[in-house]
Design a binder for this molecule. Structure first.
Ligand code: NAD
Length: 422
C-alpha cells in the first residue's frame, strides 16, 4: 500500500473516501461507516483531507446554577458517566445555592522568543523601552481593537534554555469574547521584526502560550455532609466528607493521583468545549500546565468549613470563545451555544469552571465512598453489551442483567446474548 496520494487534498470527501477504500480494500459497510452521518461539506470546511464525520453523543447536563443564573450545559463526549457526574455534582451544589464564580478577564499571552542575543539583559531593557511601539504594532493588525480588546501590556525576560539564553517577550492581549489563538498569533508575528530590531537577535518562536495564567476562572460551592451519604450506603455523610478531603490531600501530595483528579476536571470541561466547537486541547494544555506551576497538583480543593460543610473550590485557566474558531462554523456548536446562552467569554469561562468542579466533586465523592466502578459500570454496561454483539432490542436487557449480577464483561454479555436469542 502506497501512502503517497498526490493531490489528495484537492479531491472531494467522497473521492478521497473512494481512494482510501480502494487502497485498503474496505467493505461497503466500512466505507459507509467512515462517511458517517454528519454533513461532510461542513466537515470539509473545518478540517483537511476529510473523508467523513464522526458523531459523538451530545447531551445536556441539568441542575447548573452559577452566580444565581440557571444553565443547561451541552456536553459532547463518548465516555459514559461524564454527563451524569456533572449533573450530579451540580445538584449537590444547587442545594446550597449553586456555584459562585469569578474570572480574571480574557487575557491571553503571546510569545516572541529571540535567540543569538549578545547582551540578553540589556536587550530586555531595549525591548521595554520600545514597549509602546510593540503594543501599537500588535494593535495595528485590525483584530480585537474594534471589539474593545487588544494588546495591553508587553513584558520581557531572559530564559535559560538547552540552546543558550533567549529573550522571551510576552504580549498580554485582551481577546474579549474570542478564544484568541489566531488573533494573538497574528499579533506576535507582526511584532517579531520590532523585537528582533530591539534585541539584535533572531525570533525563533512567535506563538500563543496555552499556559493562560492571566485568564483564570474560579468557582466554589458548599455541600452539607448529609447530601454526601448514599441512601443505601453504609457511611455517614461526615465520613464521606472526610474521605473526600483525604482523597484531595492525596492528590495534593502525589502527582499520580493528581493527574487523574485533574483528568476528572477536564472530563467535564472538554465535553463542554467539544459541544460548543471550542478547542479542548487548549483547555487540556492550560489546565495541566497550570496544575504544574508549583509541582504538579490538583486544580480543585476540598476542605471542611466552620459549619462542618464540604467547601469545594477550583481555579483553572479557561481559554474559550463565544465567537471565532468553530463556534460559528459548526451548526451543532452554534445550537449548543444557544442552549447554554452565555453573553460573553467571561460568563462562558465561569460556567466552565463550575462544570469542571461539578464533574470532579461527583467523581471524588464516588471514589471516596462506593468507588467509581459501581456507577460507571451501570452506565458502561450498555456499551459492553453492544460491543459484544447484542442486537439493538436486547442491549438494555443484557446490560441490566450484567449489572444485577455485578458481572459487566464482554464474555458474560456474549453468554447472555446467546441465552436470549436461543
Ligand atoms: P478567530 O481567528 O476566529 O478570531 C476571532 C475573530 O473574531 C477576531 O478576528 C475578531 O475580529 C472577531 N470578533 C468578533 N466579535 C468579537 C468579540 N466580541 N471579541 C473578540 N473577537 C471578536 O479565532 P481565535 O479565537 O483568534 O482563535 C481560535 C482558534 O485558533 C481555534 O479554532 C483554535 O483551535 C485555533 N488555534 C489554537 C492554537 C493554540 O491553542 N495553541 C494555535 C493556533 C490556532
Amino acid at each position: 500500500m502506497d501512502s503517497r496520494i498526490p493531490g489528495f487534498y484537492e479531491l472531494s470527501p467522497e473521492q478521497r473516501l473512494a481512494e482510501v477504500a480502494e487502497r485498503r480494500g474496505l467493505s461497503a459497510e466500512q466505507r459507509e461507516a467512515l462517511a458517517g452521518g454528519g454533513d461532510r461539506d461542513v466537515a470539509d470546511r473545518l478540517s483537511e483531507n476529510v473523508v467523513g464525520t464522526l458523531s459523538l453523543p451530545v447531551s445536556v447536563a441539568t441542575n447548573f446554577a452559577v452566580d444565581g443564573e440557571d444553565y443547561l450545559v451541552p456536553m459532547a463526549t463518548e465516555e459514559s458517566s461524564v454527563v451524569a457526574a456533572a449533573a450530579h455534582g451540580a445538584k449537590l451544589a444547587r442545594e446550597t445555592g449553586g456555584f459562585a464564580a469569578s474570572v480574571t478577564g480574557p487575557t491571553m499571552i503571546g510569545q516572541v522568543a529571540v535567540r543569538d542575543v549578545a547582551d540578553p539583559r540589556a536587550a530586555v531593557a531595549r525591548v521595554l523601552e520600545r514597549r509602546e511601539e510593540v503594543r501599537a504594532t500588535a494593535n495595528d493588525q485590525g483584530v480585537l481593537v474594534s471589539h474593545g480588546g487588544g494588546c495591553e501590556e508587553v513584558s520581557a525576560r531572559v530564559v535559560d534554555t538547552p540552546r543558550g539564553e533567549m529573550v522571551v517577550v510576552h504580549l498580554l492581549v485582551d481577546v474579549r469574547d474570542a478564544m484568541g489563538a489566531n488573533a494573538v498569533n497574528t499579533m506576535v508575528e507582526a511584532v517579531a521584526p520590532v523585537v528582533e530590531d530591539a534585541t539584535g537577535g533572531d525570533a525563533v518562536v512567535r506563538i500563543l502560550s496555552n499556559l493562560a495564567d492571566r485568564r483564570l476562572a474560579r468557582a466554589r460551592c458548599t455541600v452539607p455532609p448529609e447530601a454526601l451519604a448514599r441512601e443505601d450506603g453504609d457511611r455517614t455523610g461526615v465520613e464521606v466528607r472526610d474521605r473526600m478531603v483525604d482523597a484531595w490531600a492525596l492528590a495534593a501530595g502525589d502527582p499520580y493521583r493528581a493527574a487523574t483528579h485533574n483528568k476528572g476536571v477536564c472530563n467535564g470541561m472538554d465535553a463542554l468545549a467539544a459541544a460548543t466547537g471550542n478547542d479542548w486541547r487548549a483547555i487540556e494544555a492550560g489546565a495541566h500546565a497550570y496544575a504544574a506551576r508549583d509541582g504538579y497538583g490538583p486544580l480543585s480543593t476540598y476542605e471542611v468549613d466552620d459549619d462542618g460543610n464540604l467547601s469545594c473550590s477550583i481555579e483553572v485557566p479557561v481559554q474559550v470563545g463565544t465567537v471565532g474558531g468553530a463556534t460559528g462554523g459548526h451548526p451543532t456548536a452554534s445550537a449548543a451555544m444557544a442552549v447554554l446562552s452565555v453573553d460573553s467569554a467571561d460568563e462562558f469561562a465561569a460556567v466552565f469552571a463550575a462544570v469542571g468542579l461539578a464533574e470532579n466533586l461527583a467523581s471524588v465523592r464516588a471514589i471516596a465512598d462506593e468507588g467509581i466502578q459501581a456507577g460507571h459500570m451501570k452506565l458502561h454496561a450498555r456499551n459492553v453489551a453492544s460491543e459484544a454483539g447484542a442486537p439493538e432490542d436486547l442491549v438494555d436487557e443484557v446490560a441490566a442483567r450484567m449489572v444485577a449480577e455485578d458481572d459487566v464483561r464482554a464474555g458474560r454479555a456474549r453468554e447472555l446474548v446467546a441465552e436470549l436469542t436461543e
